[in-house]
Design a protein around this ligand. Sequence first.
Ligand code: DGP
Length: 114
Amino acid sequence: MSETLFSRIINRELPADIVYEDDEILAFRDINPQAPVHVLIVPKIEIATVNDLESEHAELIGKMVLAAKQVAIQEGIAQDGYRLVFNCNKHGCQLVFHIHMHLLGGKQLRGSAA
Ligand code: DGP
């Protein structure tokens, strides 16, 4: 598989505003923020889409949610609340094919999904 944009950020080949890192996960601010806080939670291993997840990835996905919770606390938005989103493929408007979870908050968000 060719290296994704997010793998290049993980490998420090491209700059990013990193807000969280552990052995398995990197989180950095979205380059095109849709809310005052817009952070991408990204596993260090390359998995293209949610469709490519297997049961062996269950713990990793759980850790991504826990990382998002930690970033929300750091950013001071945990109490007011936030949204966690995975986009998948064309109808989900996925642009980068290295799975990532969007953490959005810092204002009153509208609607619940689309
Ligand atoms: P998605 O549509 O779910 O695949 O979201 C991809 C997000 O990635 C989109 O909100 C913009 C963000 N993005 C794209 N390129 C870069 C980049 O080079 N740096 C950062 N920080 N974010 C990027």
